[in-house]
Write a protein that binds this ligand. Structure first.
Ligand SMILES: O=C(O)CCC(=O)C(=O)O
Ligand SMILES: [Fe+2]
Length: 363
């Protein structure tokens, strides 16, 4: 059995496979068939709205009120997810990014292959997390780029068609970096349980961890599947990074989060970002904020495109509970501190064995 710890084993292009299967009514290859999709319980999958908490950045920025900050902390604590409105990223910046991503995926396979992942690299067009030859596969193609810091960009993977792609990603990435910095500031404040403790928490350490804003962009393309209830667009996972901001490029729902053992369909307000706490933030907040398992399902006859921006700590950061949270002697560190590189090594090795790596860092 071939296996690797970084990068991904090469597998079929799902967009091309979907075209064949959908046109000819061919059976879906066994590696994509997921029995659990139909057997697991789903909440609000019948057209009713199931909104995750809505956080309004305008209200968050109001110095007169702590209410939204408390709401934000509660969303991170109880849901691990929220949607962000009035986020201040100009509509045009989002529209340009969406159009260019959609146009990229619309190109013929050969054109996209010019940006294919290389062995042992996560960047480029292809798949993520295929680590063994007998693993079940996701009904999705992915395109991943390191976008920040700017020096980390490998332009070999940055498309020149559509012509505005690089510029759109650059502008979007800097807007989202600013936004995530603001959110991290409020999340640091909200990490104390009582509103009175908000002012006592040192926010500098959390921001410091993310200084330089290492940022990755994953564009996900989910082709339609006639037998949508047999496949999964993205397998259940938690995000390793600190903070993720997701855009549903063509406003198609499909994201589901695990809540009380059931899958819960996320229905986002148009134009909102779906934001979630990643593993690093769960650890840094000493388990107060939760990195929640999520997955993506596909539609029988409509494609779905999403763009996720991941903010991760700097390479030399130590991932562990913030010392400020352990100051009063009663609070114990729930997780062991490890260097970020070691943290990622454990993340991939746990994926390889189907384990939850957060469990293995718990004290
Ligand atoms: O496309 C989605 O709805 C989810 C994407 C996601 O969870 C990810 O890229 O980590
Ligand atoms: Fe995710």
């Amino acid at each position: 059995m071939a296996a690797r710890t970084t990068g991904s084993l090469p597998v079929a292009n799902v967009q091309a496979l979907a075209e064949t299967c959908n046109r000819s009514n061919d059976k879906i290859p066994e590696r994509y068939v997921r029995k659990e999709v139909r057997s697991e319980e789903l909440i609000a999958g019948h057209g009713s709205t199931s909104a995750i908490p809505v956080i309004d950045l305008n209200k968050l920025l109001d110095p007169q009120s702590l209410e939204e900050c408390v709401k934000l902390a509660s969303a991170c604590e109880n849901w691990g997810f929220f949607q962000l409105i009035n986020h201040g990223v100009p509509d045009e910046v989002i529209a340009n990014l969406m159009n260019d991503i959609a146009e990229f995926f619309e190109q013929p396979l050969e054109a996209k292959k010019a940006y294919s992942q290389l062995p042992n690299s996560l960047e480029g067009y292809g798949q993520s997390f295929v680590v063994s030859d007998n693993q079940k596969l996701d009904w999705c193609d992915r395109f991943f780029l390191l976008v920040r810091p700017v020096e980390s960009r490998d332009l070999r993977f940055w498309p020149t068609t559509p012509a505005s792609f690089r510029h759109s990603v650059d502008v979007y990435s800097s807007e989202v970096a600013k936004l995530s910095c603001r959110l991290l500031e409020f999340m640091a404040k909200g990490v104390g349980a009582e509103p009175t403790s908000l002012l006592g928490i040192c926010e500098a350490s959390l921001l410091h961890m993310f200084q330089g804003q290492p940022q990755g962009l994953r564009m996900n393309y989910y082709p339609p599947c006639r037998q949508a209830n047999k496949v999964l667009g993205m397998s259940p996972h938690t995000d390793a990074a600190g903070l993720t901001l997701l855009l549903q490029v063509n406003d198609m729902p499909g994201l589901q989060i695990r809540r009380d053992g059931k899958w819960f369909t996320v229905d986002a307000v148009e134009g909102a970002f779906i934001v979630n706490v990643g593993d690093v933030l769960e650890i840094v907040s000493n388990g107060k904020y939760r990195s929640v398992e999520h997955r993506a399902v596909v539609h029988p006859d409509r494609e779905r495109i999403t763009a996720a921006v991941f903010h991760r700590p700097c390479q030399d950061a130590v991932v562990g509970p913030l010392p400020e949270l352990l100051k009063d002697g009663n609070r114990k560190a729930k997780y062991r501190s490890v260097g970020y590189m070691e943290f990622m090594r454990r993340y991939y090795s746990a994926k390889l064995d189907g384990r939850n790596h957060l469990e293995s860092t718990k004290n």
